[in-house]
Design a protein around this ligand. Structure first.
Ligand code: PEP
Ligand code: MG
Length: 372
């Protein structure tokens, strides 16, 4: 097996020498970041911050989203800031000297709100006991009712949530900036990038960028440490792909979210497609294969091509990557090379496969320009 390990190592070295696609990893803990680096990832292409708002922190997020007064919201934001800062410091340390793309919060809203049924049951139970229900429960039920969505995955998610909850994105950006300052002072080389999720219109991105610029300037001024973080966007809605030329006016980089882009291109639910009703549908042979399998077959590749061309027409130096599941799928990696992307980002364990496939794609010279 030493021979096998040696052969794989040689193949990887060879692939690294010829490939044009960079390979990053999706990671949101320092441990995953360190693991990804050992597998050869040259940075983090997607750090999903919503994973940092679960568990003990849920209460604070709930408080922030449902706050009735500025003081209540401030309280939640102040409590979250040091937690987020240390999340980012750890990841930037593990990926020192390499890009770390931190995506602003992108949860479907219902994941953070208290459960309506639970609240209603609590209120009814108090009434049944002849007691006065907790007024806070009644207020919460009312607030949650007002924010209820039938289709949360297509609702107040990503940038849409960020634009309606005051202070949310600025809190995250401040945490990133303060982590950059901390790492810089410790002699490190932090390379944070800020990514905005679920953008469908350039105006959304412009508004967030203005906030980001303001917060970065504030932190630089307070600390005396210059903080520069490129700002970019996910391209994960057909409208974003089709208006990429305008979106590129406000973006220093694009990253394709092929999970959502596939879902919205096909018009079915990514949460159900691999199980539930959809497996029935597939088993009956209506589709030749899972539409999530390769990007090209999914037709999503066409949208990728349009967005690359339009984005670079506006901004020739636009950095473009992919961070959906396709980023670690060999056939799709090949496609991304051909489409002219700069990097793919996949789960840490798939990094070696992506490196090999990127090398093979370069050797085949399938992009018509580069036949090293
Ligand atoms: C995507 O949509 O492809 C993506 C990377 O983001 P998420 O899976 O977190 O929605
Ligand atoms: Mg997505």
């Amino acid at each position: 097996s030493d021979r096998v390990v040696g052969a794989v190592a040689r193949a990887l070295r060879h692939a690294d020498a010829v490939r044009r696609l960079e390979v990053r990893a999706n990671a949101d803990t320092p441990e995953d970041a360190a693991r990804a680096r050992r597998f050869g990832a040259r940075g983090i292409g997607l750090c999903r911050t919503e994973h940092m708002f679960l568990g003990d922190r849920r209460k604070l997020v709930e408080e922030m989203i449902l706050a009735r007064t500025d003081a209540e919201r401030r309280h939640a934001l102040d409590a979250l800031l040091p937690l987020q800062r240390s999340d980012f410091t750890g990841i930037l340390e593990a990926m020192d000297g390499l890009p770390v793309t931190i995506r602003l919060l992108d949860p479907p809203l219902h994941e953070f709100l208290p459960d309506r049924t639970e609240l209603a049951v609590r209120i009814a139970a108090a009434e049944a006991r002849g007691e006065r229900p907790d007024p806070h429960d009644a207020e919460l039920l009312d607030a949650v009712g007002r924010m209820h969505e039938e289709n949360p995955m297509l609702g107040l998610r990503g940038v849409r949530l960020g634009l309606v909850v005051p202070g949310l994105f600025p809190l995250q950006v401040r945490a990133v900036a303060e982590a950059v300052v901390e790492r810089t002072r410790a002699g490190g080389d932090p390379r944070a990038e800020i990514m905005v999720p679920l953008v469908g219109d350039v105006t959304e991105l412009r508004l967030v960028r203005e906030e980001v610029a303001r917060v970065l300037a504030e932190v630089a001024e307070e600390s005396g440490v210059p903080v520069r973080c490129p700002v970019g966007t996910m391209i994960e809605l057909p409208r974003a792909a089709l208006t990429a030329g305008r979106i590129a006016e406000e973006a220093e980089f694009f990253s394709f979210g092929t999970n959502d882009l596939t879902q919205t291109t096909w018009g079915f639910s990514r949460d159900d497609v691999e199980a539930a009703f959809f497996s029935d549908y597939l088993d009956k042979g209506i589709f030749p294969a899972s539409p999530f399998e390769t990007i090209d077959r999914a037709g999503v590749g066409r949208l990728v091509g349009i967005a690359v061309a339009e984005g670079r027409a506006t901004r020739p130096d636009l950095t473009i990557g992919v961070c959906g599941e396709h980023g670690g799928d060999p056939e799709s990696v090949h496609f991304f090379h051909t489409a002219g992307l700069d990097y793919v980002s996949c789960s840490p364990f798939r990094v070696p496969v992506a490196r090999l496939e990127a090398g093979r794609a370069a050797l085949e010279g399938t992009d018509g320009s580069d036949s090293r």
